[in-house]
Design a protein around this ligand. Structure first.
Ligand SMILES: Cc1cc2nc3c(=O)[nH]c(=O)nc-3n(C[C@H](O)[C@H](O)[C@H](O)COP(=O)(O)OP(=O)(O)OC[C@H]3O[C@@H](n4cnc5c(N)ncnc54)[C@H](O)[C@@H]3O)c2cc1C
Length: 419
């Protein structure tokens, strides 16, 4: 007989959502255990925001999330708002800065946020155990001595049972009345990304929506690849558009393609075969301007005029693609229709990525456990009392800017206040 370890609430995964669930449940006097498969807790928190953790955003709205049910996230986001998280950060006297007028980052390091969560767990008497990978779950009905009385066959019987968990700790069996699945998603396997949450969902007859890598750089294999590779490290402000979504952010050239906030944001809305519409000089009509300065007798070359707006190395590459014949001609000697044509290309560059870098580098997994079977106020599975899903494992994925952590805090709180 394996050793029986019993808790009121067991949480799978010591990431952002799992730790927030643990804090909230422990404040209600629940005996809480967090089981984490890796050697450390909160790995993604530590790596986030370039080491400064973009922990929330001032303006959080359901429009900042992708989900098959756009309304699902609203209740949890209202129940624990970005201001609630900022209040917690303030209570712990963690210094932060607000970037781009709405993104909250630590001034020191991401570790401040993880330390804060662990202190809160400690205050609530939460037990956290690393190196424990749960690989087997049964939902059973027990008698008063915690002995198994009968098995519950997943969704077929809607009964309040006890969850029995088997793990790599072979001689221990964990049991609990409330089981919170906070195992995250597929993005960045080296930081704990795992598909185990989806297996649990399927075991309990929940469906999984299509999943793909989000907030991820694009790769190119066509003639643009060597050009982007030569420009690697160069960044410029662009407006990018795909499937009706538009972002005005920086774009970064890389050895393999395109990255930077503009490309990460639009990747959430991109599917294979889609093209991206890139405006290299947003809010300026360079065709019109070129014609105007031509009429004033401007003798500069097009590339000299464009370096007012774009990095020189980029202008040189664009020149080779779009106006090689006019490269050494002064603007006042170029036909106006040619200038308008060049300006149009600068405002409407259509490019087709061959793919993305995939889950290896994606900040988030778009899609996940379908919200159809989940109660939006509590994150509890509708047909399985006591079972909860929180955080990135669910089909709720945020844009860049602190929204994914806010979803982890809010959904973790929603489950923790009832589990
Ligand atoms: C490099 C990077 C930077 C990011 N920066 C930001 C940012 O600045 N702002 C922002 O809002 N979002 C950011 N994100 C996204 C954010 O980190 C995630 O959305 C968030 O961490 C999801 O929280 P979670 O608790 O659901 O999952 P996770 O944080 O992934 O935690 C899941 C945990 O479960 C554990 N686990 C998995 N399977 C098992 C199992 N079978 N048994 C036990 N434990 C298991 C994992 O080891 C992991 O610790 C970033 C992501 C990455 C990859």
């Amino acid at each position: 007989m394996p050793n029986q370890i019993q808790y009121d609430v067991i949480i799978l995964g010591a990431g952002a959502a799992g730790l927030m669930s643990a804090i909230t449940a422990s404040k209600r006097g629940r005996k809480v255990l967090v089981l984490e498969k890796s050697n450390k807790v909160g790995k993604k928190i530590l790596m986030s925001g370039g080491g400064r953790c973009n922990f929330t955003n001032e303006f959080v709205d359901s429009d900042n999330f992708i989900s098959q049910n756009k309304h699902f996230c609203k209740s949890a986001l209202n129940g624990f708002s970005s201001q609630d998280f900022v209040n917690l950060v303030d209570q712990h006297a963690i210094e932060y800065e607000i970037r781009k007028r709405n993104q909250f980052f630590c001034q020191g390091s991401s570790k401040n946020i993880l330390d804060m969560l662990l202190k809160e767990c400690d205050a609530g008497g939460v037990d956290i155990q690393t190196h424990t990978e749960i690989n087997h779950i049964r939902n059973v009905v027990c008698n008063e001595n915690n002995e198994v009385h009968s098995f519950i066959s997943a969704n077929r019987f809607v009964l309040e049972g006890t969850f029995k968990l088997g793990s790599n700790q072979r001689y221990i069996e964990y049991s609990c009345k409330s089981l919170i699945v906070a195992t995250g998603a597929l993005s960045v396997p080296t930081l704990g990304g795992s598909g185990y949450g989806y297996d649990i969902a399927e075991q309990f007859d929940l469906s999984i929506t299509e999943k793909y890598a989000g907030l991820v750089p694009f790769v190119f294999t066509d003639s643009l690849k060597p050009i982007f590779s030569r420009l690697s490290g160069v960044s410029t402000l662009v407006q990018v558009e795909c499937n009706g979504h538009v972002f005005l952010e920086n774009m970064l050239f890389t050895h393999r393609g395109l990255s930077g906030p503009a490309m990460l944001q639009i990747s959430n809305y991109w599917s294979s075969d889609d093209r991206l519409l890139v405006n290299l000089i947003p809010n300026v009509d360079p065709g019109k301007e070129l014609v105007r300065i031509r009429e004033q007798g401007d003798k500069r070359l097009i590339r000299s005029y464009l370096t007012e707006y774009l990095p020189k190395s980029l202008v040189i590459e664009l020149q080779s693609m779009w106006w090689p014949k006019h490269s050494e001609l002064p603007i006042n000697k170029i036909n106006p229709s040619e200038l308008i044509n060049i300006g149009y290309k600068l405002n409407n560059w259509i490019i087709k990525p061959s793919g993305t870098e995939g889950f290896r580098t994606a900040e988030v997994t778009v899609g996940g456990v379908s919200t159809d079977g989940i109660n939006s106020k509590t994150m509890e599975v509708k047909n399985q009392p006591g079972l909860y899903f929180v955080g990135e494992v669910l089909d709720v994925s945020g844009q860049l800017g602190g929204f994914n952590f806010q979803w982890a805090w809010s959904s973790g709180f929603a489950a923790g206040r009832v589990a």
